[in-house]
Write a protein that binds this ligand. Structure first.
Ligand SMILES: Cc1cc2nc3c(=O)[nH]c(=O)nc-3n(C[C@H](O)[C@H](O)[C@H](O)COP(=O)(O)O)c2cc1C
Length: 188
């Protein structure tokens, strides 16, 4: 346990997932190392609810995606794992093929080689065969694929609550213990 996690944010739609993850982590003692791709910044501007500044202020350390010499690029940098949310098909493909062309995909490659948890939240619809094969490849390499598919059975009363529930479950795969509504079984 290092109480340190890496959060990658890429240019798939659903920047709300990144904001939710960062807010949940903000309630913990984890030191959050945040990396935004250039396309994530484009999407933040498009999706409008949150600015790039809103997101970066939630990271304890913010790394430039093109700074391939930053600390998360090395396996010697101790951490409890990495989550990429949302994860674009391009970033998924780079990870699946070991093509570490920026700090996000390099950090993910490092997580896999160091056998640290790597949680990917790929977002696209519909999936083509390449997307599905890449999800299989990263799963075989040890990543945990958690597509941000919402659950409705807890009857969330807002989009934020629905997203936070998904994110809490995703973060639990890194060992981050944040509160979420547990299923109590069907009432009789
Ligand atoms: C408004 C908008 C929405 C997008 N949504 C998705 C998406 O849901 N999934 C996806 O894989 N790519 C999506 N893209 C395309 C990616 O942003 C693009 O492939 C980009 O190169 C990804 O780069 P990155 O992985 O470095 O962030 C979207 C782009 C824009 C502008």
């Amino acid at each position: 346990m290092t109480d340190r996690v890496i959060v990658g944010v890429t240019g798939a739609t659903g920047q709300i997932y990144a904001v939710s993850a960062l807010r949940l982590l903000d309630e913990t003692d984890y030191e959050v190392h945040l990396i935004l791709s250039n396309a994530a910044k484009v999407n933040l501007r498009q999706e409008r609810d949150h600015s790039v500044g809103d997101v970066t202020e939630l990271g304890d350390v913010v790394h430039d995606v093109d700074n391939i010499g930053a600390s998360p690029a090395s396996g010697s940098f101790r951490n409890d794992g990495m989550i990429i949310t949302p994860c674009s098909m391009k970033t998924l493909a780079e990870i699946a093929h070991g093509h570490s062309r920026n700090l996000i995909t390099r950090s993910a490659d490092v997580a896999l080689k160091e056998r640290r948890p790597l949680v990917l939240m790929p977002r696209e619809t519909p999936f083509n065969r390449i997307h599905i094969e890449n999800m299989l490849s990263v799963t075989d390499a040890g990543a945990i694929v958690v597509p941000p598919f919402p659950a409705f059975y807890q009857n969330p009363d807002s989009i934020e609550a629905m997203v936070a529930n998904t994110m809490a479950r995703a973060l639990s795969h890194l060992g981050v213990d944040v509160d979420y509504e547990e299923w109590q079984g069907l009432g009789r």
